[in-house]
Design a protein around this ligand. Structure first.
Ligand code: C5P
Length: 302
């Protein structure tokens, strides 16, 4: 079998409502995800053993990538292989474009891409139901990376239900040169909000804005409970959000647990103008993208 490439998107949390920690330590979420057009491409080839190598664009040079052994791609391979009672074999190449440790679920995208690509490579024909379940074991955001589009996430984020979305939404994403630890941001949320509800409330206004396709309504409804803890840990993010809005974005929010900040803009031209104005020595790689886009999908057939 020849090489197969699977492409998987980054996500933005348009709404991230966080509840009080559960007994297993995870937080109950009511989130609305949107998949956006920044992708990692994962290519698998047949091999007698197992290997993963990573390629990053110039603007990511210097980022610290996880060691092979606890790489989420390797964990995905082991889980899928164990499910079918086979040995994980293959040579995997990951071309990254999603900011690492940035709150845009780049690792989750790689895991979702690995599940889809290896299922093809190994001819294991995993059912959608099993693929989604294995994805949920790998990480809270991994099922959404399979599904894509715009969707409500509940549980710890792994239970995904698509929602109506008629808009084309233009985003500017400003990555940071240093990642932010997701567990650390959640811990700080617990310190700042000791009385969080057991069940975070629904995001009706935001879901209605997606169904109406109105960028002003969406801008007004964007919400992230992890924004305050992320800014508390990284105060410059607050300044960055204010700057994007002053440059013409409808609204800026921290993406997930951060530190990437995303800015909703009225049009592609507006997004390009905001991105141009925000590019500087501290932020050399400001990205323009749009949503919603498809989840992990095969891009080479043959
Ligand atoms: O599920 P995932 O591996 O992506 O989660 C990474 C970390 O983020 C968890 O170990 C936990 O500290 C935190 N987390 C959480 N509640 C969630 C999702 C993630 O506390 N719903």
């Amino acid at each position: 079998m020849t090489a197969r490439t699977v492409r998987a998107p980054a996500k933005i949390n348009l709404h991230l409502g966080v509840g009080a920690p559960r007994e297993d330590g995870y937080h109950p979420l009511l989130t609305v995800y949107q998949a956006v057009g920044l992708y990692d491409d994962l290519t698998v080839r047949p091999a007698d053993d197992w290997s993963v190598d990573l390629e990053v664009p110039d603007w990511m040079a210097g980022v610290v990538l996880p060691a092979l052994d606890d790489n989420i791609v390797t964990r995905a391979a082991r889980l899928l292989a164990a499910h079918h009672g086979i040995e994980p074999r293959g040579a995997v190449h990951v071309a990254k474009c999603i900011p690492v440790a940035g709150g845009m679920a780049g690792g989750s995208a790689d895991a979702a891409a690995a599940l889809v690509a290896l299922d093809r490579l190994w001819g294991t024909g995993t059912s959608d139901e099993d693929l989604l379940r294995i994805a949920g074991v790998l990480g809270s955001d991994v099922p959404f990376a399979l599904v894509g589009g715009s969707a409500v996430g509940t549980g710890r984020g792994e239970l995904v239900e698509p929602v109506a979305d008629v808009g084309t939404w233009w985003w500017v994403a400003v990555p940071s040169d240093r990642g932010l630890s997701t567990p650390a941001v959640y811990r700080h949320f617990d310190e700042l909000v000791p009385d969080a509800p057991a069940d975070p409330p629904p995001a009706d206004r935001l879901v209605a804005a997606l169904a109406a396709g109105d960028p002003h309504a969406l801008a007004a409804a964007l919400h992230n409970d992890l924004q305050e803890p992320a800014i508390d840990l990284r105060p410059e993010l607050g300044d960055l959000l204010a700057r994007g809005e002053a440059e013409g974005a409808l609204r800026g929010i921290v993406s997930g647990s951060g530190p990437t900040c995303v800015f909703l803009c009225e049009s592609s031209d507006a997004a390009r103008a905001v991105a141009g104005a925000m590019t500087d020595d501290a932020h050399p790689a400001v990205l323009v993208t749009h949503g919603a886009v498809a989840g992990a999908h095969l891009v080479t057939y043959g």
